[in-house]
Design a protein. Structure first.
Length: 427
């Protein structure tokens, strides 16, 4: 017997019992983006490796350790996208979306990183992202944060997440701060772990983001970037916080928040939760005004964020706040009581799909005894079973059996069935 082929480690199947929650989340996102006037963009999952090396930074963990990179048959180096921003910028530049225009875009889809798989973090994972171009003021920074806050409210998560803010300032201010920071870390070299020693010459700001408890006290005393901001960045940040204050959005200023990608500048933010233990960040983003120019375009202000869907689904399930209709989207299971009424049941199911398009209706197929038909109706997860026997067919009626509570079965006229179902399912 041939050996069974299994999924690649960290690349998981989404099974039918889990997909309704994903569909619920995705429908909430789609509705929200439409309300804010954001347009969807879809990019390939494979890009030239140079796109990510130039945008993310060649000395980042993603490029050095985590990317899925391979040569195709032409010898070109290709990479499965590890994040969505670089692909969105490449597409916007390639198709002329940035020329004398502003853009509000969003995307969703799979990303790939070769990390150690753990709950809520996988090698193939899915993100929702927002990218805006051509707007340089703090008002658009505030808008993308308010958009994410509204999503938390829609999902029932707003009381379970915290907004953390920081400013990375201009490239010039950050370069001066980098020198100050490196000098401080050199004085405490004996405390730095292996990763931090490596980053000391390549990306010292990332050391601030270390979770090593042995370095916590030293990091708490490190110079703060906020004290080295240029005046324009300081005013930008103060206006942003004023906008959030006016909107009633609470936040915490975290001077150690730096983000892991090289292209960020000025505003950076994260939404975090303590409900998932170490997997605390559920959404992260910020401003990346230099990335378009870095990839060969004209200087273009930009700001956006990305959120991991797996982690948000895990949060919804951990807090048990997924609506019941999202868990069991099937409303009615339609069956004939025997083979002679199967055709009537099919006609009824089709009629209901015409009259009540939002109704989830499943038709019994495969025959069997009446007892086995009812068992299948129950296992379907539907709230109601709609039954047609010979008597119901002759009298133009339908029997309604309640599958999830102890209400008594009732018989109703087919002519009023749509109205009756609407009333019953809203109870």
């Amino acid at each position: 017997m041939s050996k069974k082929i299994q999924a690649i480690r960290g690349m998981n199947d989404l099974l039918p019992d889990a997909s309704p929650v994903w569909q619920y989340f995705e429908s909430q996102v789609q509705a929200l983006m439409r309300r804010y006037g954001y347009n969807e963009i879809r990019t390939p999952i494979v890009e030239q490796t140079a796109l990510f090396a130039r945008s993310i930074g060649e000395v980042t963990d993603i490029v050095e350790k985590e990317m899925y990179t391979f040569e195709d048959r032409n010898g070109d180096s290709l990479t499965l996208r590890p994040e969505g921003t670089a692909s969105a910028v490449r597409a916007a530049m390639e198709h002329g979306l940035l020329y004398n225009q502003t853009q509000r875009l969003w995307y969703t889809g799979p990303m790939f990183r070769h990390e150690r798989p753990q709950k809520g973090r996988y090698r193939q994972f899915h993100q929702v992202g927002v990218e805006t171009y051509g707007l340089e003021g703090p008002d658009i920074d505030a808008e993308v944060i308010l958009l994410s806050a509204r999503l938390w409210k829609q999902l029932g998560l707003f009381d379970h997440v915290t907004l953390e803010l920081n400013s990375l300032g201009s490239n010039e201010a950050r370069a001066a701060y980098r020198d100050t920071l490196v000098a401080y870390f050199e004085q405490h070299r004996e405390v730095l772990d292996e990763d931090s020693l490596r980053r000391l010459t390549s990306n010292p700001l990332r050391i601030l983001d270390s979770k090593n408890p042995a370095m916590a006290e030293m990091l708490s005393q490190a110079p703060q970037l906020m004290d080295h901001l240029d005046q324009e960045s300081r005013e930008h940040f103060e206006t942003l916080t004023a906008r959030l204050d006016a909107a009633g959005i609470d936040y915490v200023i975290n001077p150690r928040l730096v983000r892991g990608l090289d292209y960020y500048c000025r505003t950076v933010f994260e939404w975090t939760t303590d409900a998932l233990g170490s997997q605390g960040t559920v959404c992260a983003g910020g401003r990346y005004d230099g990335l378009v120019e870095q990839l060969g375009g004209k200087p273009t202000p930009a700001v956006g964020f990305a959120m991991g869907i797996e982690r948000l689904i895990l949060l919804l399930e951990t807090l048990d706040i997924v609506p019941q209709e999202a868990r069991a989207p099937l409303d009615a299971y339609v069956l004939g009581m025997d083979a002679s009424t199967d055709g009537d049941a099919m006609a009824l199911a089709e009629r209901l799909r015409d009259e009540l398009p939002a109704l989830g209706v499943q038709l019994h197929c495969g025959g069997g005894s009446f007892k086995s038909r009812i068992k299948k109706a129950d296992r379907s997860g539907a709230r109601l079973a709609l039954l047609i026997g010979e008597n119901e067919r002759e009298n133009g009626q339908v029997a309604i059996k309640f599958l999830r509570d102890d209400r008594e079965q009732r018989v109703v006229e087919q002519a009023s069935l749509a109205t009756t179902l609407t009333s019953l399912l809203s109870e």
